[in-house]
Design a protein around this ligand. Sequence first.
Ligand SMILES: Cc1ncc(COP(=O)(O)O)c(C=O)c1O
Length: 380
Amino acid sequence: MRFETRAIHEGQKPDPLTGSVIVPVYQTSTFEQNAIGLHKGYEYSRTGNPTRAALEAAVASLESGKHGLAFASGQAATTAVLNLLKSGDHVVAGDDLYGGTWRLFERVYKHWGLETSYVDVDDPAGFEEALQENTRLIWVETPTNPLLKIVDIRKLSEVASRRKILLAVDNTFASPYFQKPLELGADIVVHSTTKYLGGHSDIVGGAVVTSQERTYEAVKYYQNAAGAVPGPWDSWLVLRGIKTLAIRMREHEKNALFLAEFLETHPKVSRVYYPGLSSSRYHLLAKRQMGGFGGMISMELVGGFSAVERFVSKLELFTLAESLGGVESLVCYPPRMTHATIGARERKRRGIRDNLVRLSVGIENKQDLREDLGRALDGI
Ligand SMILES: Cc1ncc(COP(=O)(O)O)c(C=O)c1O
């Protein structure tokens, strides 16, 4: 089956009990046992729930992986992967990444003796140079948040497999429709399903996908032991979102390319970050590695922070809010929102300037979106 068909059918057979065409919301915390230890495959909903199991099978299939595990948030999914490591281990991470992931590395796991080194994602050789005796994991996002840099997954996977360490890729920005890191050699894929997989800004969730039995068993053990699982309703909403992932992603990308080309020529915009632009330094790598360029654009405005303030206040269709990947367009100011946690000095070092704005381009009419951006830019 091809992607669109798998999105609708994988893990989602009609309900064996009633024939319900749609996987039911199994809103139950526990399951009857006919005798001690004799049950129908489910015991307790933290350990396993049929609605969640359908979601896990669907996400695994879309990522070309054997096993999927669903979590209560993207951060819970990341936490589950980091729990494969132990005190004294070392992580090498790309330096452009979601502020909350940096916070987890620096403000939570550091206390437990897990050290992380950050490597400029534009310097693939830097990843190998940063490896230490105790490095167990390479962690990257691609496209990165918020500068939309593209990291060569295949190259990194060669480094990781040579050194027998794990490569985890946060595939949230691309979605499996546009990029399948496991096919490029990654060991683990992580998602914030809050974003494109859910697709409607109505849930918070996460997922881990892998084809390695040992990794799967360890993450699954942690999932049950720590218990940061999504409830049946949230699982069901992600499952419903997934069915339209392909058509949504195509629209997100079409709109994003249209807007990026418009923004690139606008006198109030000093720089546009979008890998779909032929002027982007990542364009060729993105073309090779991805099936499309996604729906996220970042840009720098002429006039600094005061221009950003005026711009966001004049937008009518783009809502000022955290998050991304929903059908509606959002605008975000990373220095004070998604990346506030990393501090001004670190942001400056990573090239996140005070005039940076991030757009999550929705699937509204592209002309309406362009007019909205144009009006707001003209009013700066
Ligand atoms: C790339 C990326 N990964 C992970 C996360 C965390 O996901 P969640 O908010 O679902 O915990 C986010 C959130 O914005 C993100 O942008």
